[in-house]
Design a protein around this ligand. Structure first.
Ligand code: BTN
Length: 252
């Protein structure tokens, strides 16, 4: 395995590759605890034994078929109330990289699942370490289904299944790093509304009437956008309601 990624400026300059591990997010977190490591440090693997997803779910992979990696960011410049922007830029970086390679309908399901032709192709799990009111470090974990020929998870797909093309994992990873780097620099430049506007362009189900579930019931609603802290705004019976990640489910 190579020692670092040459093309990005500061992401992926320090790299650990593991043939398998429990979770790249956990590996990176324990590395951060042990020593001082630079922003952009990366852990990637061929296979996770207990990959973590959002809402306490697991992320299941087939060895050597997908991208499974975590990157360390240190966004101390980012106000805590704007931490959702990390989700937005990561989703956008993955989506844009996929868009360069595959034709199809690409969307971001709030907050940052990557959907291709209405099926999930990738996911992001960000774990922030907040100290003294600042985001001291952020572990950005990305899973992307590249070359799977069969996917057993319901409503999920791979780039191979949608395009018939096989992808080089390291090359793809390097492209995501370059895209994420340029989005991260926009974030550092406080270009928040530009980021949000592009994100909204890709937001799945935006402006359409669909079925949702909250803690009380199923209801028909229309996604209007996100608020200043990244919560989802859904119009329901002509009233705008906001939801956090654990408070709403999309019903297909
Ligand atoms: C989701 O859609 O639920 C988020 C999935 C995130 C999976 C990635 S794979 C690499 C990194 N390590 C983990 O344990 N999870 C993330």
């Amino acid at each position: 395995m190579h020692k670092f990624f040459a093309k990005p400026l500061f992401l992926g300059k320090k790299v650990v590759f593991l043939t398998q591990c429990h979770s790249t997010n956990d590996e990176l977190a324990s590395w951060v605890k042990k020593e001082h490591i630079p922003e952009g440090a990366l852990v990637h693997t061929n296979h996770q034994l207990s990959g973590k997803g959002q809402r306490g779910n697991t992320w299941v992979d087939q060895p050597c078929k997908s991208l499974l990696f975590s990157i360390l960011l240190k966004p101390i410049f980012l106000p805590i109330k704007s931490q959702h922007l990390l989700n937005l830029i990561t989703g956008l970086a993955v989506l844009e990289t996929v868009k360069e390679e595959v034709n199809g309908d690409l969307k971001l399901k709030w907050p940052n699942d990557i959907y291709l032709n209405e099926k999930k192709v990738g996911g992001v799990l960000i774990e922030n370490n907040i100290k003294a009111g600042k985001i001291e470090s952020s572990i950005v974990g990305i899973g992307l289904n590249l070359n799977q020929e069969v996917i057993e998870v319901q409503n999920a797909t791979s780039l191979y299944l949608e395009s018939g093309t096989r992808f080089d994992r390291i090359d793809f990873l390097e492209r995501i790093l370059m895209s994420l780097e340029s989005w991260y620099l926009k974030l550092k430049d406080y270009r928040y509304s530009e980021i949000e506007n592009i994100y909204l362009k890709y937001l799945l189900w935006k402006g359409e009437l669909h079925m949702f579930q909250d803690k009380d019931s199923r209801f028909l609603g229309k996604i209007k956008g996100i608020n200043e802290t990244g919560k989802l705004i859904v119009e329901r019976d002509n009233i705008d309601q906001t939801y956090d990640i654990k408070e709403i489910q999309f019903i297909y």
